[in-house]
Design a binder for this molecule. Structure first.
Ligand SMILES: Cc1cc2nc3c(=O)[nH]c(=O)nc-3n(C[C@H](O)[C@H](O)[C@H](O)COP(=O)(O)OP(=O)(O)OC[C@H]3O[C@@H](n4cnc5c(N)ncnc54)[C@H](O)[C@@H]3O)c2cc1C
Ligand code: SF4
Ligand code: SF4
Length: 395
């Protein structure tokens, strides 16, 4: 496989290579995902250092903790009722950002949120105002390109918080490894559990299900929130056009069309962020996650000393509630997909190789401990399923 094709096929769509190398830009391709429009010598040089497909950052990640290394694990939520209601889960990420802004611990929050001009794509903002921060909470299930436009922040003398998907945090980590002068640029990095970035095509299918098939008529698209998990809802000038529940939105629509790289992602739980949060679903009597409406709750991992201090200080100052009695066994049941992704990765990679497809260059023994966590039937199933999907041209 040519190097260009390797980086193209396993691109996570972050936009960093095009931001820091001259003469390339991100372009949406027919499949509804963004990729660099050319892999020039300069672009490739950046890719080799930062792209998550090379797994350079795995050196700094745990080989035995399926949920990633952590300093603290908590259940919690924002104590601000509006944030807790509007946010994706319990609003902890937004509450932490509010604490940081109000205590003046950073000059701004670099985050990705809805764009009024293009409801299925969103935009990167540097938020300094608390009301704007609250308006920008919630999950955006679309292409995000968080590093497009980052240069202006890298070149000023301010300090920021960066909120991004786990792969964004890993890419930033790799970039900072090569640019030590940026070590203190981001006072905190915050992340969330992520099962994949859906395509523009999947977003257009969602708009159809929400009775707003003409995107130009859609004035607002909310994927979840306003409740937990809340409803995917679209609006036009005339008002709400439709709403569907969380499972119909994610499982039946968006989650079916995610980037190829997401299927081979080693970290959907934000291991390299200072703090990362996921849905702390309640469990039904049969052990399945209960996705019916409740007051929002986060599972919170503090991953560094400063991340843990941030969580504890925000708790002491009354911004969040935390309970440190969080159970990893319940998390495993509530987040089966995230558990299986890492436990079965070795066999997904084997499936690729058996189908003569170049696999991500992760260190071969990285998954040995995780591999012991699943039975042989599951391994075979994952191996065969991956092989078959490659042979059918679906991956
Ligand atoms: C693509 C995607 C996949 C997800 N998959 C899972 C999953 O598998 N399991 C799970 O538990 N939860 C998943 N979530 C939801 C999210 O991890 C949880 O809701 C988490 O608990 C954060 O909740 P919160 O209420 O603290 O967030 P909020 O307080 O609502 O804050 C969310 C923050 O994330 C930022 N943000 C939103 N969308 C994006 C984006 N696309 N790219 C970068 N930044 C963004 C916002 O700017 C905001 O700062 C996913 C979210 C996204 C966007
Ligand atoms: S993952 Fe980011 S750095 Fe790598 S090719 Fe894609 S856009 Fe470029
Ligand atoms: S699944 Fe992994 S690669 Fe895909 S968007 Fe989420 S963190 Fe990035």
């Amino acid at each position: 496989m040519k190097e260009e094709k390797y980086y193209h096929d396993y691109c996570a769509g972050c936009g960093l290579c095009c931001e820091v190398a001259e003469g390339a830009s991100m372009k949406m391709e027919e499949d509804g995902f963004y990729y660099p429009d050319k892999f020039s010598k300069d672009v490739l040089e950046v890719c080799r250092r930062v792209c998550p497909v090379n797994g350079r950052e795995l050196e700094d990640m745990s080989r035995s903790e399926i949920w990633g290394g952590y300093k603290g694990k908590y259940l919690g939520w924002s104590t601000d009722k509006d944030i807790r209601y509007m946010a994706s889960s319990g609003g902890v990420l937004t509450a932490l950002c509010k604490y940081i802004l109000e205590k003046k611990l950073a000059d701004g929050i670099i985050q990705f949120a809805q764009s009024r001009e293009n409801v299925t794509l969103g935009k990167v903002y540097c938020t300094t105002d608390v009301q704007e921060l609250i308006d920008r909470c919630g999950s955006r299930y679309c292409s995000s390109m968080p590093f497009s436009g980052l240069k202006r922040f890298l070149e000023d003398d301010k300090h920021y918080v960066f909120v991004g998907k786990p792969c964004d945090i890993r890419i930033l980590h790799n970039y900072i490894e090569d640019h030590k002068e940026l070590k203190d640029k981001f006072v905190y990095t915050l992340s969330f559990f992520c099962a994949g970035a859906p395509s523009e095509k999947a977003n257009l299918s969602l708009l159809k299900k929400l009775n707003c098939p003409d995107k130009s008529q859609c004035t607002k698209l909310q994927y979840r929130g306003n409740g937990w998990p809340g409803y995917a809802t679209a609006w036009s000038e005339q008002g709400e056009t439709g709403r569907i529940d969380y499972r119909s939105c994610w499982r039946d629509t968006l989650g079916r069309d995610i980037r190829r790289m997401c299927r081979f992602c080693v970290d959907g739980v934000g291991e390299l962020a200072d703090v990362s949060c996921g849905d702390a679903w309640y469990l039904l009597p049969d052990g399945e996650p209960d996705c019916s409406e409740h007051e929002g709750r986060n599972f919170i991992f503090s991953r560094s000393d400063k991340g843990d201090s941030l969580v504890k200080e925000a708790f002491k100052a009354g911004y969040i509630f935390i309970d440190d009695n969080a159970s990893l066994e319940k998390l495993r049941q509530a987040q089966k997909y995230q558990f299986m992704r890492k436990a079965a990765m070795k066999h997904r990679l084997r499936g690729l190789k058996a189908a003569f497809r170049k696999a991500p260059a992760y260190p071969s023994n990285f998954f040995d401990e995780y591999d012991r966590m699943i039975d042989n039937n599951k391994k075979l199933h994952i191996f065969y399923g991956t092989w078959k999907r490659v042979m059918q041209g679906k991956i």
